[in-house]
Design a protein around this ligand. Structure first.
Ligand code: NI
Length: 167
């Protein structure tokens, strides 16, 4: 397994739209294992392939306290959404920035697992938010793009400054 480099906003590659996975094979399973290692090491509760510059539709989520409930969604699709909930979000691609985003309160998601088998899951609370956030990455969307233009500009400046200081 290997730690992967996480792209940081405002990297343009974060706006790439991911293509569907055609065959769930060993390459995909290896990438999922590397992404899991990367997510746990960060540490984070979710990671989309887009964030490690692999533009295929795969996301990983683990919102458990013990960090032992890894869920992998390949070609995820939200088939039902209801209600509204506003919660504070952060993102491994936008380090140090947290802000409120409005999401569906409950979703039903359809995806393939690592064996290539279809499954459906109903999710709400943190799990539901995390899945919606990660699916956005596959569409090339970062959560800060729900914020005002002014806030986005401030975040870009702050992150560019951080990146200069760590170089
Ligand atoms: Ni994110």
């Amino acid at each position: 397994m290997a730690l992967l480099k996480i792209l940081h906003y405002p990297d343009k590659r974060l706006h790439t739209v991911a293509r569907p996975v055609e065959v769930v094979d060993d390459d995909i399973r290896r990438l999922a294992a590397d992404m899991a290692e990367t997510m746990y090491a960060a540490p984070g509760i979710g990671l989309a392939a887009t964030q490690v510059d692999r533009h295929i539709q795969m996301i990983l989520v683990d919102v458990s306290e013990k960090r032992n409930d890894l869920r992998v969604f390949i070609n995820p699709e939200i088939v039902e959404a209801e209600g509204e909930a506003v919660g504070e979000e952060g993102c491994l691609s936008v380090p140090g920035i947290y802000d409120k985003v409005k999401r569906a309160q409950r979703i039903r998601v359809r995806a393939l697992n690592l064996q290539g088998e279809p499954f459906e899951l109903e999710a709400e609370g943190l799990l539901g938010v995390c899945i919606q956030h990660e699916i956005d990455h596959l569409r090339g969307k970062v959560f800060v793009e729900y914020l005002s233009r002014l806030k986005q500009d401030r975040i870009k400046l702050k992150l560019k400054k951080q990146q200069r200081e760590t170089m």
